[in-house]
Unconditional design. Structure first.
Length: 321
């Protein structure tokens, strides 16, 4: 069984240690990551088989990235090799009034130069149980955007559930309006995930009455809409919560709110997405699936690096505390 298929760009992250400023330190900590890869790794550790589709250069960095995914139990048989460079991004941790800073160096990467016709989605998605992608891929160029649209068409034709996490990154859109590209993708998804800012910027959907998730599901015609909320209350403290609307039941559920001491802000939303998919796949009721996902996402940011290695037992144990 193929299991869940995710599609996106693998990146190498470089961060100064502790709370040092970017480029003011002679050292960098390195991590492989990227939104869709993070979801794949989270799913793998939740016991869900997962295949990751991407394009990596034929060089030592590409080799190391592929090995890192395989070490986490993620399938890579459909990941292409080619191009000249792996995308990079730099993260400067925030402290007190200084917010976290992200600098991308991913233009002309192997993935950005992807030929969409090189991917046989009928073969890749044969036997898949779910397809997951993010709005980041749609921002990376015509090739990745066309490949993503083709993948979603094949998944829908095969009646495989599709999820789209909007993951709005203003720096990647470079002043372009994402709505003409992202809205058709969102209308092809069974599950749409985003925070209020992403939903307004990428889809033009806003609500001030606490019914944003219901509005998203109604406007897009999707089965589920998940709206996440992260509130920063101190330099290293966040509150996490979310709402999930089930259009089939015409009912929304709200999660508990968790206050978390932040170790690393990166990857929490991806872990949330992976956890929500994992629970919905096994038929968990929306309220139970949402609580599990919010706990998983909150726990992720207590750990360094992009990847979440939380097990189901880890999350359930914390929920029962």
């Amino acid at each position: 069984m193929t299991g869940v298929v995710t599609f996106g760009e693998l990146l190498l992250r470089l961060s100064p240690p502790g709370e040092e400023r970017l480029l003011a330190s002679p050292h960098f900590d390195t991590y492989f990551g990227g939104a869709e890869a993070n979801v794949a790794v989270a799913l793998s550790h939740f016991g869900v088989p997962c295949e990751y589709v991407s394009r990596l250069p034929e060089n030592p960095l590409g080799d190391a990235g592929l090995a890192a995914l395989q070490h986490e139990g993620v399938g890579t048989r459909w990941t292409l090799r080619g191009g000249e460079r792996l995308g990079l991004y730099f993260v400067e941790p925030g402290a007190d009034l200084r917010t976290m800073r992200v600098v991308y160096d991913r233009s002309h990467s192997a993935f950005a130069q992807l030929d969409p016709d090189a991917l046989d989605w009928d073969a890749i998605l044969a036997g898949a149980t779910w397809f997951h992608a993010t709005g980041i891929t749609a921002a990376l160029g015509e090739g990745p955007a066309r490949a993503l649209a083709a993948a979603m068409r094949v998944a829908r034709a095969s009646r495989q559930p599709v999820s789209l996490d909007l993951n709005y990154r203003a720096a990647l859109w470079l002043g372009r309006d994402p709505r003409p590209i992202v809205e058709p993708l969102a209308r092809s998804a069974d599950l749409v995930i985003g925070n209020a800012a992403a939903l307004e910027a990428m889809l033009g959907i806003a609500a001030s009455d606490g019914r944003l998730a219901e509005r998203v599901a109604g406007d897009l015609g999707c089965r589920y809409a998940a709206v996440t909320e992260r509130e920063s209350i101190a330099a290293h403290t966040q509150r996490w919560s979310a709402v999930l609307y089930d259009a089939a039941q015409r009912r929304g559920v709200a999660s508990s709110r968790h206050e978390i001491a932040v170790v690393d802000r990166v990857g929490g939303g991806d872990c949330f997405a992976g956890a929500l998919i994992a629970r919905l796949l096994v038929g968990a009721p929306p309220a139970e699936a949402l609580e599990f996902a919010v706990c998983a996402g909150a726990l992720k940011i207590t750990q360094p690096g992009d990847f979440s290695r939380l097990s189901v037992a880890d999350v359930e144990g914390w929920r029962r505390r």
